[in-house]
Ligand binder design. Structure first.
Ligand SMILES: [Zn+2]
Length: 281
């Protein structure tokens, strides 16, 4: 009993400290990975138990696999699109959207392709690994977000390989496959944000996949604070100023309660309220 009390008390102190740092920050960003979407039921690549139709998912998400068998790769991606479109943002996604609304958070840099940050209301989202609902042409510069164009349903039902409406070439998912470089523009934007940030809130990432994992390191090198929320220690933990162990949704809910209390006059941070949009509007 005493031990449980001690643990929850220290977790509470961590939340308190994280909330204080967030409210005090001038330019906070978030850096998120698969762990933030786990409570939304989005299956992670590493979390796949075994095989998809006798294939290892890692072997299907490559340019070589697509060249060899685009039907197979497209049926894998349509299956994932269908799973992910049924997923809903969880309290952690909503917390980040709320922090942006208040004016504390300036951007979310994500390694996820599931679009749940935007679904939750985040506006400034930098996607390092693309977006599962976006397709692009293998020949020309055509890109389409199927959710935004309203074509997702029809796209999933189509049996033939998807073709570019502009040039007729094969379309592919606009995601980063194994062995492919990250989109340069997104990466440059992420690094620039990291250089400017005085705080990064890292949620649900192993912190071992580079170059994405440089984001929190750059913030740290420039004198910024690092807050990490994760179910276990990660590659980021050694540089974290505050490490909060737990599921993203639960931790972020607790953190937002503290932030709201501080903004409502607890600790002299209430002027912060007038800098942003305010929440709940
Ligand atoms: Zn085209």
């Amino acid at each position: 009993m005493g031990r449980i009390f001690k643990v929850s008390r220290s977790a509470n102190n961590m939340l308190e400290e994280a909330a204080r740092l967030l409210v005090k920050s001038r330019f906070a960003i978030a850096f998120t990975g698969a762990g933030i979407s786990a409570e939304s039921g989005v299956p992670t690549f590493r979390g796949f138990n075994g095989l998809w139709k006798k294939h290892r998912p890692e072997e299907l998400a490559t340019p070589e696999a697509f060249e060899k068998d685009p039907h197979l790769v497209w049926s894998f991606y349509k299956w994932r699109m269908d799973l992910i479109r049924k997923a809903k943002p969880n309290p952690a996604h909503y917390a980040l959207a709320e922090l942006e609304g208040i004016g504390i958070l300036k951007a979310v840099v994500t390694q996820n392709v599931d679009d749940l940050h935007r679904e939750a209301g985040s506006r400034n989202v930098v996607e390092l690994h693309g977006n599962i609902f976006r397709v692009r042409c293998t020949s020309c510069s055509y890109k389409e977000n199927l959710k935004e164009s309203g074509r997702l349903e029809a796209f999933l039902a189509e049996r033939d390989l998807p073709k570019c409406p502009r040039c007729g070439s094969l379309l592919r998912p606009d995601v980063v496959w194994f062995g492919e470089p990250l989109p340069r523009k997104a990466l440059e934007e992420a690094f620039k944000l990291a250089e400017t940030a005085d705080l990064v809130l890292v949620i649900g990432t192993s912190g071992v996949v580079y170059p994405a994992a440089y984001v929190p390191q750059i913030v740290k090198e420039h004198g910024g604070k690092v807050i990490e929320v994760n179910t276990e220690r990660s590659g980021i933990t050694p540089i974290a100023d505050v490490f909060i162990r737990g599921r993203a949704g639960e931790v972020m809910e607790g953190l937002m309660e503290k932030v709201r209390v501080m903004l409502n006059g607890g600790g002299g941070f209430s002027d912060r309220l007038f800098r942003g949009r305010g929440w709940g509007d």
